[in-house]
Design a protein around this ligand. Structure first.
Ligand SMILES: Cc1cc2nc3c(=O)[nH]c(=O)nc-3n(C[C@H](O)[C@H](O)[C@H](O)COP(=O)(O)OP(=O)(O)OC[C@H]3O[C@@H](n4cnc5c(N)ncnc54)[C@H](O)[C@@H]3O)c2cc1C
Length: 415
């Protein structure tokens, strides 16, 4: 799937070697990166940058190119009470090597009793994620990835090593935060905000709807229309809209998990029960619904997420389509919403309730960054995906949490 069908070491997926670079630099130093840029400049060989290879359309691969691979540029350095961090409502700053992936960072942050904003998948890297804006499980609380950056080190196309921030090369600093990866410079370490350890509750749910196909999509529209309210009340997370496939095509499942940072289980339950009541009422006349849910308390979000979420598998052949959904799109014309979602046939929808208040109210360094303005009004990043693969894997993750890894005494089960 990643890198546009360029071979990954999986035998059951079609792939091609056509996208392989001709030359690869395993960069370990600033000088290695500079040498790569100089070589590309002098020879005209196409230059690409690769961290993890998670770029689905293949921007980090390229036939016959020179690839600068950043994976070996490691490092996590915490500075507590850093003045720049304090000025931006954070308790520490953390300098992250360009080759770091979120799973490693979360583990280290848990040990340091701090929280950073990163992606959902532990194998996604900081380079592409941050420059592409970067959403994650708690971005609704603290803002997007690009909003967290205090400073970056970069190598620009002239081969110069520059430190960029709101005072130095502020235009480049603005663009590198959400303006699209691999566009302006090669990113070396970046320094981001860190917040105190975060406690809260996760609600894992499965709503099994047994009415007709028409009624299922009505139900989906009602569920979707409740999301802005849930987000404003402090809920965030992920959901899957899964119509049944089979001879009758009736019914379907809505499932996923929502997080409630800094809330007690009682407070979270009040919100989720209100959601479940509204959903129950909405389908009283058209079908029945079974609610299955569980609540997990966490005392350290970093520890909780890294112990419950593994990497998604690679090698699936798919194309995504994705949309940012704001309040009116989710609530104003639910008939249109229903028909649009339904029109995708057997595909499922993966909803990321990852924007809302934290993204709207984020205060990037320097007052703004290059994040697409539509993010500030959105609640949901909605993605269409093939029924297999991602979906199945995520559910295994959601239902395999071992309460012993995080505050067993606080773990409670719902119904
Ligand atoms: C399984 C999976 C889960 C995902 N989960 C999330 C998620 O939760 N939230 C989210 O927002 N996104 C998510 N994404 C999308 C992901 O953030 C993007 O694909 C991102 O671009 C990946 O960045 P990378 O550095 O890991 O990947 P790469 O493929 O290595 O790079 C992606 C792009 O960034 C460029 N790039 C990488 N490093 C640098 C650098 N140091 N300097 C300059 N350019 C660089 C590359 O050239 C390429 O254009 C996910 C993707 C996958 C495949």
């Amino acid at each position: 799937m990643y890198n546009d069908d360029t071979c990954v070491p999986i035998t059951d997926s079609p792939c091609s070697t056509a996208g392989y670079p001709a030359y690869v630099i395993e960069a370990e130093t600033v000088a290695d990166v500079q040498a790569g840029i100089k070589f590309a400049y002098q020879t005209g060989v196409r230059l690409i940058v690769k961290g993890t290879g998670h770029d689905a359309p293949g921007h980090s691969a390229g036939a016959g190119s020179l690839s600068i691979w950043t994976h070996l540029l490691r490092g996590i350095n915490v500075t507590r009470h850093a003045s720049l961090a304090a000025k931006h409502d954070a308790v520490a700053s953390v300098k992250l090597g360009a080759g770091m992936v979120w799973g490693d960072i979360y583990t280290e942050m848990a040990k340091a009793n701090l929280t950073v904003i990163g992606g959902a998948d532990p194998h996604v890297g900081v380079g592409g994620w941050t420059q592409g804006s970067g959403h994650g499980p708690i971005s609704s609380y603290y803002g997007l990835g690009a909003d967290q950056v205090l400073e970056m080190e970069v190598i620009t196309a002239d081969g110069e090593h520059r430190i960029i921030n709101s005072a130095s090369y502020s235009d480049l600093f603005w663009a590198m935060r959400g303006g699209g990866p691999s566009t302006y410079a090669v990113m070396l370490p970046m320094t981001v905000k860190a917040y105190p350890q975060l406690q809260g509750v996760q609600y894992v749910y499965k709503y099994n709807f047994t009415g007709s196909s028409d009624a299922f999509w009505n139900f989906v529209a009602v569920f979707s229309s409740r999301l802005p309210r849930l987000s404003e009340q402090g809920g965030m997370g992920y959901y899957y809209l899964v119509p049944n496939s089979g001879p009758s095509n009736d019914g379907g499942v809505v499932e996923g998990s929502f997080l409630f940072p800094n809330k007690s289980q009682v407070a979270a339950q009040t919100l989720t029960q209100s959601l479940e009541r509204a959903l129950s009422e909405s389908c009283r006349a058209t079908g029945s619904i079974n609610f299955g849910s569980e609540y997990f308390n966490f005392s350290s979000f970093m520890r909780f997420w890294s112990s419950t979420n593994g990497p998604e598998s690679v090698g699936k052949d798919t194309r995504y389509g994705s949309w940012l959904m704001d309040g009116p799109a989710l609530t104003h014309n639910t008939t249109k919403l229903r028909d649009t979602l339904r029109a995708t046939g057997p595909w499922i929808w993966i909803g990321h309730l990852v924007a809302g208040p934290g993204v709207r109210n984020a205060k990037p360094v320097g007052g703004s960054d290059a994040v697409l303005p539509a993010w500030r009004k959105a609640y949901v990043h909605l993605r269409r995906s093939h029924p297999q693969g991602t979906y199945v894997y995520k559910l295994i993750i959601f239902f395999s949490y071992d309460p012993d890894v995080d505050s067993p005494e606080q773990h409670g089960k719902g119904t």
